[in-house]
Design a protein around this ligand. Sequence first.
Ligand code: WTA
Length: 635
Amino acid sequence: MSNYHIKHLEEYYQVYRKSIRNPEVFWEEIAEEHFLWRKRWDKVLSWDFSKPEVKWFEGAQLNITENCIDRHLATRGDKTAIIFEPNDPKEASQHITYGQLYEKVNQFANVLKSKGVRKGDRVCIYLPMIPELAISVLACARIGAIHSVVFAGFSSTALATRINDCDCKMVITSDGSYRGSKTIDLKGIVDEALNDCPGVESVLVAKRINSDINMKDGRDYWLQPLLDAASKELKAEVMNAEDPLFILYTSGSTGKPKGMVHSTAGYMVYTAYTFKNVFQYREEDVYWCTADIGWITGHSYIVYGPLANGATTVMFEGVPSYPDFSRFWQIVEKHKVNQFYTAPTAIRALAKEGVGHIEKSDLSSLKVLGTVGEPINEEAWHWYDDNIGKKKSPIVDTWWQTETGGIMISPIPFATPTKPTYATLPFPGIQPALMDENGNEINGNSVEGRLCVKFPWPSMARTIWGNHQRYKDTYFSAFENKYFTGDGALRDEVGYYRITGRVDDVIIVSGHNLGTAPIEDAINEHPAVAESAIVGFPHDIKGNALYGYVILRETGESRKHENLRKEINQIITEQVGPIAKLDKIQFVPGLPKTRSGKIMRRILRKIASKDTSNLGDTSTLLNPEVVQEIMDKAL
Ligand code: WTA
C-alpha cells in the first residue's frame, strides 16, 4: 500500500489511522520516497504548543525548487509545467515546459543576485497573474530569499505596510495589469507606496501593458533586459528544513495584518502530498486553480504543490466575466482541464448568469471539481455539481487557511462519498478537535464547537514575522495545547465536518478575509467621522458584504450623507483596497457598548442581517436605548 497516493475509502481509513498512531513514521516514509534531499533529517518532529515551537525534518537540507523543477528535467523536461492563459482570449496562451521553467527561474534568480538579494532577504512581489509571478516566486526560493507576495488588488497603503513590516529590500512589479476591459496602473501604486518605504533599494519592473510609466533612476529597472543578459544556470542555495520559505499576510481581527511565516521542508511535503490526493492528479492531467498567487491557495496549489508533483498547472490572468461569463468554461475546453478549483463566490456569480454560458463549451475533460475559501451554500454546491460536473465529477470542498499552509479537511475524490456543504474528513496527519466554550474537547458525533487541531502537521505556519507573541496569543492561547483556527464547525453522525464560519471578527467577503479593525481605522480617518463599527451580512454572491455603522462628529443634513458614503468608501479603497468597500453605511447616534466599552457586534450583526426577533441578552449594555434607534433606521 502506498501512503502517498490514496485511491479508496478503505485505504484512506488505513492511512489515516497509521498517520495518527505513528505520525513520525508516516511522514518520514512520505518524505523519503517522494522528494529530493541534499541531506537527510536527524529528527522528524519536535514540538511544543505552549511555546509554541514546531520543527519538521530538523537537520535536513534541500532546495524546494530542485524538487519543483530540477528533478523533473530527466523525465519531464518537455512536459508543460505552466500554461499561461492571458486576460484577452485573442492573445495567445503560453506553454512553459519544465526545461524552460528551469532556465527562466535561474535567469531571474541571477538577476536577483545581481541586485544584491541574498539568502534570508525579503523580496516583495506585487504582480498580476503573469508568468513572471510564478517565476519570481521560484527564483526567490532558488536563492533562499524569502518572498512576500502581496495581492495586486491591495492599495498603496496596504502594500507599504506589508513591505515595511518585513523590511523588504526589493519590490518586483509590472508597468500595469489587465483586469477584464480595464487596465490598472500597478507601478503608480508601487511608487506611492515607496514614498513610505525607505528600506527598498531596487524595483524590478516587468512589461505587461506597455504603458508610459515613471522609472526612478538608480532604483527602478526594466526586468527583460536584465533577464536576457543573465545566465540560465545557477546552483540552488542549500536550505535548512526549517528556513523560512515565504511570508504571506493575512488579516487579523485586530491591528495590522499578520505576516505568516512558512518553512521549507514541511510545507513542501504537505502541499505536494495533499495536491496529489485531493485532486487525484495523474501524469497527463491539466490542472487549473483560479485563485491568484497573491493568496495562499495560489502559493500552495498553483505553484508549489502542482510543480512538486511534476504537474501541468494553468495560470489565468483575467476574470470570469470577460469578455463574457463563458470565459472559465472556454478555458476548460481550450486546455482540456481535468481538475478545476475555484471559490464559492465565483460559483455563485457564474450561477446567477444562467446556464447559457456553459452550454457552448465542452466540459467533458473535467474529472474533479474543488472549492475553497468560505463555506459553500447548498444551492451553489448543487449548481456546481449539476451544471459543471454533470453529476460525474466529485466536488472536493477543501477547508484550510493561510496559517495551515495546505488543505486540512477535504474529501478524497472517488474515495470519500461527498455531502453538500461538508468538507467531510480530515486529511491523513490532521487531528481536529471541537471545543466547547469552557475549553473542553467535545467528543462523539453530532456535535458542534470551535475547531482546533491538536497535533502538529508539516505545513503549519511557524510564527508571525517579528511577533511571535502575537502568534502564540492568536492561535495557541484560546485552548490549552491546541491550535485554534478561529472557525466554528460541526461534526455529523458519521464524523464528517462542516465548517460553519468564523467565530472571531474576521469577515470573509468574496473569499477574501477582512479584519474589522483596519477598515474601521480607515473610516475613522475621515474628518467627519467620530467612530465606526463594521459587521458582515449575508450577500447572494459575495457570501458576506460589509455593513458600516458610523457616528458623525456633527449630525449634518441627510442630503450630505450620500457624499459622505462615497468619501468613506474612497478612503477604504485607498487604505485597504476596493475589496473592503462597504455595501451599506448607516449613520447612527451611538454604538451599543458594554460597560467595559466593548462594541457589542453581535447586536450589530443581527440588525445588519435583518434578524432582530431575538437580540439576546442586552442587559450588560451601557446604552440599550441606542439599539432601538439603530433598528428604526436600519438599511
Ligand atoms: C474559510 C484560504 C468553509 C475559513 C485557503 C478559514 C472555509 C478561512 C473553507 C481561511 C471551506 C476556507 N469551507 N470555510 N472549504 N475554506 N474557509 O486564510 O473561515 O484566505 O478560516 O485561506 O476561510 O481563509 P484564508
